[in-house]
Design a protein around this ligand. Sequence first.
Ligand SMILES: *Cc1c(COP(=O)(O)O)cnc(C)c1O
Length: 406
Amino acid sequence: MTQTAIRPQLAHLTQVLDDLRAKGTHFRLRVLDDQQAPVCHYDGREVINLASNNYLGLANHPRLIEAAIAATRAFGVGSGAVRTIAGTMRIHMDLEEKIARFKNVDACVVFQSGFAANAGTVSAILGKEDFILSDELNHASIIDGARLSRATIKVFKHKDVAHCEQLLKELESAPGHKLVITDGVFSMDGDIGAVDKLAALAEKYGAIMMVDDAHASGVLGRNGRGSVDYFGMHGKVDVQVGTLSKAIGALGGYVCGSHDLIDYLYHRARPFLFSTSHPPSVAATCMAAFDILEKEPERIDRLWKNTSYFQSELKRAGFNIGGVNTPATETPITPIIVGEGRAAMELSRALFDEGVMGTGIAFPTVPEGKARIRAIVTSEHTRAQLDRALETMERVAKRMGILGQE
Ligand SMILES: *Cc1c(COP(=O)(O)O)cnc(C)c1O
């Protein structure tokens, strides 16, 4: 036992944890013993991994590992300061230029994470006289950025372009700036944002258009260029956010746009100004990842082939993978809707015991009654691995009464 006796000052936290335990949605962290791979070990158990965002298998790609090691040897393990003081290394600039070229935009700034990119950008470009029109299912980092900006937040119904237009109309005479913001791919349901229609609307009403492409980076568009490329909306989206933490395999977030947008963020985005920049190894890793996106698009083809196989087999087995009372997935993100939080967590635990890792997700991350397993296949899963996972999921779900017995 350590010396942290229970003190009444934090008793309210214990109360919350007890409530979660009573609801069956309290969790322990699963610990990965080896590499983030299609088959790996969590808590000492071998599992088929359907839980990571490592869409293209880049998190442990040999060329990325070599790039990280080489950069560490050449430039050390840390950058030593925030970007604006002394922590801008040549390799940071090289990465930003590479991403800007890849995305076909003028400029790019890299943040420590996608979360920091969203929160830091939204809060920097708007102030308290301004308005944010945000899809109800947008990511937490957008919501936090919106709150930090102190702008007025107007939430439109999920992908409801007409509702967004109604809100814009109501604000037509208001003097502030307006920002329309959507995820490119929604992280819990896997559906694609109405980027094209919202961008047209933003244009019509003179609003700023921003897209968070965390789950679209490396997945949608030519060579994984994202939702703007997928919809052919180049030049129509003012602010494009992407992540380096999911398909790119490492860590970080970025913002793409005009030179002045990026220069402004250099001066005003608080995570950029007040938090230390990436180690050189991370920048080098990400550069190697973008090379692979350009040279090996067959990885993305494999990702989509695996996705369509996995999703059609789940449907055939009778699983609810969304599309009735929840949005229908259009990407590798595969929600397996269970309903009650406790049932989803129990299914996740039972699958784990039988060698399949699929994360249970409950309220408040998804609406009450829409708890689910969120499964993501990668380009690197083999057909045999997918079949083994599918067979296990069907068997366990039948045993638990989540799927009907035939
Ligand atoms: C994961 C995610 C982020 C955050 O990205 P990180 O790089 O993990 O911080 C932002 N937006 C969306 C939609 C995400 O899914």
